[in-house]
Design a protein around this ligand. Structure first.
Ligand SMILES: O=C(O)CCC(=O)C(=O)O
Ligand SMILES: [Fe+2]
Length: 195
């Protein structure tokens, strides 16, 4: 039974712990993004707020996709999708990407254990997290992006090109890669504090 007082806002029930979209990036666009990978620009991933690699929580290589005019098409597509998704489900106050998009590579043995993308410090402005699956599911084993929803562990779709969007306060992980390599783009849409 709902006991509603009128605080002036309509109640909506569209929340989902994560949602996914397919077909926004064409295969040749994904291949183009993959060609940006440049070993000389990669860094061992750090966990935000700590500044140094924490191998117990995370092991992967990352580089950033420069926000330059040639790459605007990637940023624009993702921003449009985030806005669409936000208007449909979350109604968060959003401002934009406050960090460049991250290109991630998980090789055999790499992983990112349970965490939130949201927390104290600079990451407290994060509202929506986005992952793009850049690898074919048969290119790697393990490497599942998973969410903990109550006590259930749910795996996100792996198909190349799938974009998974979730509130940055949802707990998630990437399981260890047991074979092959998985690549992804990760982006965070930020906004003013929750109110
Ligand atoms: O690679 C992914 O799909 C997600 C990685 C992740 O959770 C993160 O970078 O915060
Ligand atoms: Fe994350």
């Amino acid at each position: 039974m709902a006991i509603n007082y009128s605080f002036g806002l309509p109640l909506k029930h569209n929340f989902a712990e994560y949602i996914y979209y397919q077909g926004l990036f064409l295969p040749h666009e994904i291949d183009r993004i993959l060609s940006f990978w440049d070993d000389s620009k990669t860094i061992e991933a750090t966990v935000s707020g700590k500044g140094k690699p924490d191998e117990e929580l995370r092991k992967s290589s990352v580089m950033f996709i420069d926000h330059i005019p040639e790459n605007e098409w990637i940023y624009k597509k993702l921003a449009d999708l985030a806005m669409h998704c936000n208007n449909e489900r979350y109604w968060f106050d959003l401002l934009g990407f406050h960090q460049e998009l991250q290109l991630t590579r998980y090789s055999e043995g790499d992983f990112f254990d349970w965490h939130l993308d949201f927390g104290a410090g600079e990451i407290s402005a994060r509202k929506l997290s986005m992952t793009i699956q850049l690898s074919d599911p048969d290119e790697y084993e393990g490497g599942d992006l998973q969410f903990m929803i109550n006590q259930k562990v749910v795996s996100a779709p792996r198909e190349k090109g799938t974009i998974i969007i979730f509130p940055s306060f949802i707990i998630h992980r990437v399981t260890p890669i047991t074979k092959g390599t998985r690549q992804s783009i990760v982006g965070w849409v930020s906004g003013p504090p929750y109110r």
